[in-house]
Design a binder for this molecule. Structure first.
Ligand code: GCU
Length: 332
């Protein structure tokens, strides 16, 4: 059996165990209070995991122990797509996911996967904290997915095994791992590479075994996933700013009292402030650590990358993601 099949089998076993648990203990109400189960794919050393830990601690404190979060990190419960499906089934209560795989459920979320739509960090946060971000967050309610908050996930850039990416021409002939997202596939193709969707939890092995030649992500994810042990070139073309998002299943949300909803939303909001500070600090630290780990940091001219995706931008016109793209481009 290949490592992918083994991983898949492990995920399925974990899902079955969880589903059984969910049907036997109902919504997770135990004598120690209401326990909400939350899944994500990142390592526990990742700053976004720290934000969820912070949210958990806040929730325990403000609810005086009446509500708790149990976090299942590191793809224990499956890929992001699988955990979003578990959320829809009501088998878990919360998921922290990148917005990229969400576009398969909520097409408008595809806007974050379109390269170079954000002019700056300020523009990005104006969008997330303004009407656009708020509306996008609630677009999935009829799909049983309700947004609670966004986390900073910086900018995504290419990292490769054999040769540095100085311009889109260097992507020619390379297999680049992407998230489970059509927009990401189209971006890589527009830049001249060949896109291969692979779950984050399976990527280290895929890189190591040469299934793909590279991938793309933000600095803390490159470090904490240890992909930098295999990929020694990191080219900061910063093509996308794809936020992370915390979702709660609407079945769980509907079961909560007004007071419980307030505790949860406050804890989520608190964790956002905490996370944005931590992200800045960790991203800087990460660049040093990557260099120490033997990674060559390349700062390519972004213009050729931006030029390569101009037609891609045009091709989104008239689509759901394109509608949001127009709104984002007009936002101050
Ligand atoms: C980021 C993001 C994760 C996601 C990962 C990926 O690290 O925070 O939620 O799983 O990218 O590329 O799959």
């Amino acid at each position: 059996m290949s490592p992918f099949q083994i991983n898949h089998l492990k995920n399925l076993t974990a899902l079955l165990a969880l589903l059984t648990l969910s049907f036997t203990v109902g919504c997770g109400k135990q004598s120690s209070g209401l326990v909400l189960r939350m899944a994500h794919t990142l390592d526990t050393s990742h700053p976004v995991h720290a934000a969820m830990e912070h949210m958990a601690a806040q929730l325990t404190e403000t609810s005086a122990g009446q509500m708790k979060l149990k976090i299942y990190p590191g793809s224990q419960l499956g890929s992001e797509r699988e955990t979003i499906e578990l959320l829809q089934l009501g088998a878990i209560d919360l998921v922290k996911t990148s917005t990229s795989p969400l576009e398969g459920f909520i097409p408008g979320m595809g806007v974050f996967g379109i390269p170079y739509v954000f002019r700056s960090e300020e523009h990005f946060w104006n969008v997330l904290n303004g009407d656009i971000g708020k509306q996008l967050m609630q677009l999935g309610v009829d799909k049983k997915l309700r947004g609670l908050c966004y986390y900073d996930a910086g900018s995504r850039s290419f990292y490769t095994k054999e040769k540095p990416i100085q311009s889109p021409a260097d992507l020619k002939g390379l297999k680049i791992r992407v998230q489970n997202s059509q927009t990401s596939i189209r971006m890589i193709e527009a830049m001249g590479g060949s896109a291969t969707p692979i779950a984050f939890g399976e990527l280290y092995t895929a890189l190591d075994q040469g299934v793909v030649d590279g991938a793309e992500n933000n600095p803390p994810s490159l470090l904490t996933s240890r992909h930098y042990e295999v990929c020694k070139y990191y080219s900061l073309d910063e093509h996308t700013m794809v936020p992370d998002i915390v979702l709660i299943g609407t079945e769980t949300w509907d079961r909560l009292t007004e007071e419980q909803r307030g505790w949860l939303q406050d804890a989520a909001d608190e964790s956002v402030t905490f996370q944005r500070n931590l992200w800045k600090q960790k991203t800087q630290e990460t660049m040093y650590k990557l260099k120490e780990g033997g990674v060559e940091i390349i700062r390519p001219d972004k213009k050729p990358f931006q030029d390569a995706v101009k037609e891609l931008h045009d091709s989104f016109k008239g689509t759901e993601a394109g509608k949001w793209m127009e709104a984002v481009l007009q936002q101050e």
